[in-house]
Ligand binder design. Structure first.
Ligand SMILES: Cc1ncc(COP(=O)(O)O)c(C=O)c1O
Length: 377
């Protein structure tokens, strides 16, 4: 029962009902499990949802980032300016093309890449900006677009966490024309199990992405004819059917997440030193994905995670700074102190259970146990 002592409360849980089951079974019965009609249907419905002219379904957010960077022309020896406070895939995608991810520090309030800091590291080899809408809060795209315009740079947006987010002008994140990449892993606002979508405005780029996700095959080519290097980054019809069904309930799921976030704010108010996710400001609107708090600076995070786990409550340090991961340290010689805002946030941040069907009782128990774990009950 909701919120009962001893009940396990996971970090995330997808909402899957009869509509998803029926949609998947219909595809199974049709016998066309991939390269079928659901792909285009999902792409069109998703593009319409974010107000983008076009969309390409791909096998993951990571695959989408890779293909989007290729589509805007990032290649060997280029530099891509991006955020160190992100999931590692946004930086890795540049490495797949032998380009170098160049980091700049983040804004202490929104936790997104700071456009002024990004401007400082733009150099001769920079070819693209890769802002990340972290935790679903819109990055300052007008500022990045001005920066890109001044230096002739491409933009790829990592919107993997930002479905449902809106910019101050009322446009949805992902609808500005340059490629924006969404992810559909099981904890996301919308899930296909694994999956992703690139929204974009340029039909030539879409054609390239569609070809490269399918082994480099052009639309009108025979099954085994290929005119460029490609990958298998396809999203199956099974996954697309799931995505279409999820889109139909998206508004409801986003509203439930937004409501829970408000309840968390009330339940966690007044804990000294605890920082909550920034509120929407200046017309920007978060698409709620995770509820990440920053613990008081004197709190022991590991101990807090352990105490919550002992009560059956999952929590997770989220996210670690990319530049301080061992692979990035070894490869690029990064060290502590390079991006102090990011490092401070990364050392204190903790994701709490957050999913549309979380009950108020469960949320109250998480809040109560967090207070107790921090010695502030
Ligand atoms: C910010 C960010 N970028 C990229 C990705 C990669 O997406 P995927 O796991 O679908 O490859 C994720 C997903 O966790 C993410 O949160």
């Amino acid at each position: 029962m909701a919120g009962e002592r001893g009940e396990q409360i996971p970090l995330a849980r997808p909402v899957l009902g009869d509509a998803e089951q029926d949609a998947v079974i219909e595809v199974l019965r049709s016998g066309q499990l991939s390269l079928g009609p659901r792909v285009g249907q999902f792409e069109q419905a998703f593009a319409a949802r974010v107000g983008a002219p076009l969309a390409s379904a791909v096998s993951s957010g990571t695959a989408g980032l890779h293909l989007a960077l290729r589509a805007v022309g990032v290649g060997d020896g280029d530099e891509v300016v991006t955020s160190p406070f992100s999931f590692v895939a946004s930086a890795n995608a540049a490495l797949y093309e032998r380009a170098r991810p160049v980091f700049a520090d983040i804004d202490p309030v929104t936790l997104n890449l700071d456009p002024d800091a990004a401007a400082v590291v733009v150099g001769e080899r920079t070819t693209a900006l890769l802002p990340v809408h972290i935790f679903g809060y819109p990055a300052d795209m007008p500022a990045f677009e001005r920066l890109a315009g001044r230096h002739g740079l491409a933009i790829v947006e990592d919107a993997c966490e930002a479905l449902g987010a809106e910019h101050a002008d009322g446009s949805a994140v992902g609808g500005r024309g340059h490629p924006a990449v969404f992810g559909f892993y099981a904890n996301k606002q919308l899930t296909t199990g694994e999956g992703g979508m690139v929204t974009l405005g340029d039909p030539v780029m879409k054609e390239r992405i569609d070809s490269e996700r399918n082994q480099g095959r052009a639309r009108d080519m025979g099954w085994l004819d290929h005119d460029r290097l490609g990958f298998n980054y396809r999203l199956s019809d099974i996954a697309c059917a799931l995505g279409i069904a999820q889109l139909a309930r998206l508004a409801q799921m986003l509203a439930a997440r937004a409501r829970l976030a408000e309840h968390y704010r009330e339940a966690l108010a007044g804990i000294e030193g605890l920082q909550l996710p920034c509120a929407d400001a200046d017309g920007d609107k978060r698409g709620w994905f995770v509820f990440v708090v920053q613990l008081p600076s004197d709190a022991d995070r590991e101990d807090t995670v352990g105490k919550l786990a002992a009560q059956g409550i999952q929590s997770k340090p989220y996210l670690p700074a990319i530049h301080l991961m061992s692979f990035y340290r070894d490869r690029f010689g990064h060290r502590e102190g390079q991006f102090p805002v990011c490092e401070e946030v990364a050392s204190r941040s903790l994701a709490l259970p957050f999913f549309p069907e979380m009950s108020e009782g469960q949320l109250a128990r998480v809040a109560e146990q967090l207070r107790a774990a921090l010695g502030r009950s």
